[in-house]
Design a protein around this ligand. Structure first.
Ligand code: AQP
Length: 344
């Protein structure tokens, strides 16, 4: 059976890239799949252990999920640290993953920067925890933005190695599923015009929570004025928009704004250019502001409303965590049997 898992870190400043690349697609998948959506608070502490207000940030991501249309009654929404299996399985995966594999992770290199000696061990081991998040539920499909592609490949490598290393134990206990072995080989779901939303200030950098410039991103909590100002100030070039997609090559900022428009309006860049080809950026930006306010305004307003009742959000997370734990505990018991760890 197909099962979707994905997560978002509660590191503050949830933005349009997180929405178009991930959350909006989470919403769509609810119609066709069983879905588990996790606020990955254990991941959030890998870059900086001491966050301004981790609990509030966790509630904010939960509010964004619900405000965007995720239904925590029909699917599972919870925060990672409430289900012990994530950390337990991550430890085992730390022992499956090879140093050489983790050394190739570009996100670690980017996030650790020049002072690598000072990066936390958690930041380095992040991809093994991510593999644990996914495989704890034997998820078959993971919707993510383009930036997570490499981590998903590592998840597949970990599943393959575990399945191979323990093939006899898996078969002996009858825990295997079909030809694959114990863990599924997860498929990434990456795509669409907004799989990689770029910074509004620099079309070569991805839109990111940690960019020091607030003008680089549209936050889900921005009001209409804030969205308008940021779009108006977004970097562009002096040429009008081309009529065909080929004309966007080497025009990173133009390509980004067209991709955002296509993402928000559920069309393709080609369709957007059919409508706006030949237009100046001033006109196109005005339409983009209207569209962004129309799509994001209600989400921001609903998030603000939900955030006024933290007790309700915590109850949603607790309910999701108990349902997630029921699945997770079974996987952990089986994995312990497979590895040979004595359990109660
Ligand atoms: N710019 C982006 N375009 C498309 N998708 C994106 N995602 C992130 N940035 C973009 C997707 O959002 C989901 C949640 O991301 P995360 O919370 O795990 O954090 P991240 O990938 O590290 O992204 P951020 O927001 O840019 O944070 P920082 O600044 O800490 O690096 C993921 O599915 C991600 O692909």
């Amino acid at each position: 059976k197909e099962l979707v898992f994905s997560g978002v870190q509660p590191t503050g400043n949830l933005h349009l890239g997180n929405y178009l690349g991930a959350v909006r697609r989470f919403v769509a998948l609810q119609e066709t799949h069983d879905c588990i959506y996790c606020v990955v608070d254990l991941h959030a502490i890998t870059a900086t252990l001491s966050q301004p207000d981790l609990a509030a940030q966790t509630r904010e991501v939960t509010a964004a999920f619900i405000a965007s249309g995720i239904d925590p009654a029909r699917h599972i929404v919870f925060n990672q640290s409430q289900v012990a299996g994530h950390a337990e399985l991550a430890w085992i995966f730390n022992c499956v993953a090879r140093l050489g594999w983790l050394n190739r992770m570009t996100q670690f290199k980017e996030k650790a920067g020049k002072d690598r000696e000072n990066a936390s061990v958690g930041l380095y081991a992040y991809p093994a925890l991510m593999a644990a998040d996914i495989l704890l539920y034997k998820a078959t499909h993971v919707p993510v933005g383009e930036d997570q592609k490499q981590h998903l490949e590592l998840t597949r490598d970990i599943a393959i190695k575990f399945n191979n290393d323990f093939s006899e134990q898996i078969a002996a206990r009858g825990y295997g599923v079909g030809e694959t072995g114990y863990f599924p080989i997860t498929e990434p779901l990456i795509g669409g015009p907004a799989a990689r939303v770029m910074s509004l200030r620099d079309g070569t950098k991805k839109m990111s929570k940690s960019d020091p410039s607030d003008y680089s991103r549209i936050n889900l909590t921005d009001d209409a004025d804030g969205i308008a100002q940021k779009v108006r100030k977004a970097k562009t070039d002096p040429e009008p928009l081309p009529s065909e997609e080929a004309g966007l090559e080497k025009r990173a900022e133009a390509q980004n704004l067209v991709g955002i428009y296509a993402g928000l309006s559920d069309t393709t860049p080609a369709e957007v250019l059919r409508q706006f080809g030949g237009a100046q950026f001033s006109g196109f930006k005005a339409s983009l502001v209207d569209l962004a306010v129309e799509k994001l305004g209600p989400i921001g307003a609903e998030m603000a409303r939900l955030m006024k009742d933290p007790g309700h959000i915590d109850a949603v997370l607790a309910d999701g965590a108990s349902r997630a734990s029921a699945i997770a505990e079974r996987t952990i018991a089986e994995v312990k049997d497979i590895v040979g760890l004595i359990r109660r």
